[in-house]
Design a protein. Structure first.
Length: 226
């Protein structure tokens, strides 16, 4: 239960380091946090992380603090909105991990359960989704394994509706020893698809938190570490 509800906290030097951690801790405890730092970019990033850490609801979508995956409780690391052209809201997305963290590569490299949940805020075609995923693989997972990764990517298409409607949910779940399962709401004919490859799991997660993510603000929100 929040113990600082109704309180206002002014945190100086909140753009990085200990100041940022203090600001996030106050936010998690219910305070309204005023961020102050000479580093404007760092201050903005702290504000983004506070927004993700303070709210269980993003664009009207509830993201519970925890979910169960593979018999293990995962915590919400952060959630935000995927936007196109900075204004069109495509979906609300949340990242669940075994251990909350800010380090993208540490999350990706860990052989631990994780889940990305997406709730679409507008209609979009499967063609556009798959094109975006291919582009993300090429930008974030280049190298000799790319050909096989793209081949595996094509196998998940049957798990995605041809026309994703507002309110449709998608889940990308990785469980060690089992692989990555993609499933969607939107019809009884849709069947989950599982790809048994840790490399594929890592390539999928890099779509959101890799070096060249589809949306930098969403990456920051997912790495809030709540």
């Amino acid at each position: 239960m929040a113990t600082l509800g109704g309180k206002v906290a002014l945190v100086t030097g909140a753009g990085s380091g200990i100041g940022r951690e203090v600001a996030l801790a106050y936010a998690r405890d219910g305070a309204a946090v005023l961020v102050s730092d000479l580093d404007e970019e760092g201050g903005r990033e702290t504000c983004t992380r506070i927004a993700a850490a303070s709210a269980g609801k993003v664009a009207g979508v509830e993201f519970p603090d925890s979910v169960n995956v593979g018999g293990k409780k995962l915590a919400l690391n952060g959630a935000g909105v995927r936007k196109k052209f900075a204004v069109l809201k495509i979906y609300a997305g949340g990242l669940y991990v075994a251990h909350r963290a800010h380090d993208a590569e540490a999350i990706i490299e860990a052989d631990a359960p994780r889940l990305v949940r997406m709730v679409f805020l507008r209609g979009v075609s499967k063609t556009l989704i798959m094109d975006a995923y291919r582009d993300g693989f090429e930008k974030n997972s280049p190298g000799p394994a790319l050909f096989d990764l793209l081949a595996n990517l094509e196998t998940i298409a049957p798990a995605i509706p041809d026309d994703v409607k507002k309110g449709t949910e998608m889940f990308i779940t990785y469980v060690p020893g089992e692989g990555t399962t993609v499933r969607s709401s939107g019809g009884a004919k849709l069947k989950p698809v599982t790809v048994r490859s840790k490399e594929f799991a890592d390539a999928m997660l890099r779509l959101w938190i890799g070096p060249v993510p589809a949306d930098g603000d969403l990456k920051t929100a997912m790495l809030a570490g709540r």
